[in-house]
Design a protein around this ligand. Structure first.
Ligand code: J9T
Length: 391
């Protein structure tokens, strides 16, 4: 991959000679070239900025050096190949791991580092229309930097480590934060007892299934606590706060479960349904054996769903929405949320409902679930399965 960077502070890009990127350059995997924008000025003072038309604070980067620099850079490649021009700035599209993956597949990236209040807008049009470049303004997040250089360092690091051959051990790429929408689990190394603090016992147990379950639970709790936006984009739109259940949720969860399963009892004409017969203690105990999610709106518990990993299946259960709020799509949101929490390796989602729960069955069918062949383990119920699409 070829990378060009145009900046008025070329020294700022010196770290591109270090570490992984430096090694990949030596190995011929990356061809990185840094250019000084001032080399493309024509006046004695090597001017790159001027006052903004229309007034306002600060200075604007003047177009001529930029067009000369970009034309020179874009003309250096093989015939027919044009670089993708990336301009870091707080007003750009948000950079994320998905964009890093896309950029890692491109042959040639060129970065234009703005300083001051930005680059004259006509430079972008010129680059697109006259130089034939794809132009993307990219933002690292909702904050302002002094210039694009630090952002280029971050973007180049995120992108180049995904270029085949740059990272030695590509296995580690799959297992990290943001690759599957969840944050990473906490990690520990020797000694097992350090400053009076022990490594969580499960990690020393040798039980690989238990370790995988613990790590997955840690990833969910962490993501819910630190980056709820990653889990709950759709839920936030519905005004929902969704998080893993705590012991303090148990009394309300118990009550909501009873209220929600009355309809089930009526439809199936039976009262011996676990959700109706279990006691408060059973609900409390279930928090340790399942991932139970509670949805609150304006503080009120209005829904819940829980999941359990069994081999390569994710079992989904106790999907409930407060009776007065049904029919608004909340159940669908909770179901999709439960599916989204499935770790790698899960091949199907399973759930069950009463054989005569017509509206549940219709809803699950719409969500892609189909009855499993054969007799259900519990008579009077229907077992449903949905195969995961991305595996
Ligand atoms: C001048 O560039 C910036 O301030 C910048 C670049 C990329 N992302 C941001 N959030 C800011």
């Amino acid at each position: 991959m070829r990378i060009d960077v145009v900046s008025i502070f070329p020294d700022y890009l010196a770290p591109l000679e270090l570490s992984l990127i430096g090694k990949a350059r030596e190995a011929g995997l990356l061809d990185v070239r840094v250019h000084d924008l001032r080399d493309f000025t024509t006046d004695r003072h090597r001017t790159v900025d001027d006052a903004p038309y229309g007034g306002g604070a600060g200075m604007v980067m003047t177009p001529q050096p930029w067009s000369d620099a970009l034309r020179a850079v874009a003309g250096q490649g093989p015939p027919g190949l044009r670089p993708h021009l990336l301009v870091p700035g707080p007003g750009g599209v948000r950079f994320d791991q998905a964009m890093a993956r896309r950029l890692a597949r491109e042959p040639w990236l060129t970065f234009a580092c703005g300083r001051y209040e930005g680059i004259d807008e006509r430079v972008y049009e010129h680059a697109r229309e006259d130089l034939g470049l794809e132009v993307t303004v990219v933002s690292l997040g909702d904050y302002v930097l002094g210039g694009g250089e630090a952002a280029v360092l971050a973007i180049v690091e995120a992108v180049t480590r995904l270029v085949p051959g740059v990272l030695g051990n590509t296995g580690s790429l799959l297992e990290e934060s943001h690759e599957d929408g969840l944050l990473e689990y906490p990690v520990y190394t020797r000694p097992s007892l350090w400053q009076g603090r022990e490594v969580p016992g499960v990690l020393l147990s040798g039980d690989h299934q238990a370790i995988a379950r613990w790590r997955h639970a840690q990833r969910l709790t962490r993501t819910a606590a630190r980056r709820p936006d990653l889990l709950h984009a759709a839920q936030a739109d519905a005004g929902l706060q969704l998080r893993l259940a705590l012991p303090a949720d148990v009394p309300e969860l118990f009550t909501l479960t009873r209220a929600c399963w009355v309809q089930e009892a009526q439809s199936n004409n039976r009262l011996d349904i676990p959700a109706l017969t279990e006691d408060l203690e059973a609900v409390r105990a279930s928090l340790d054996t399942t991932q139970t999610w509670v949805a609150r709106r304006a503080g009120r518990l209005i829904g819940s769903v829980r999941t359990e990993l069994r081999g390569d299946e994710l079992h989904i259960g106790r999907l409930m929405v407060a009776p007065d709020l049904q029919g608004q799509g909340l159940g669908r949101l909770l179901l999709e949320h439960a599916e989204r929490t499935a770790p790698d390796g899960i091949r199907e989602y399973r759930l069950l409902t009463g054989a005569k729960s017509g509206s549940n069955l219709r809803r699950y069918r719409r969500a892609g679930y189909r009855p499993t062949p054969g007799e259900p383990a519990i008579s009077g119920t229907v077992e449903l399965v949905k195969h995961r699409r991305d595996v």
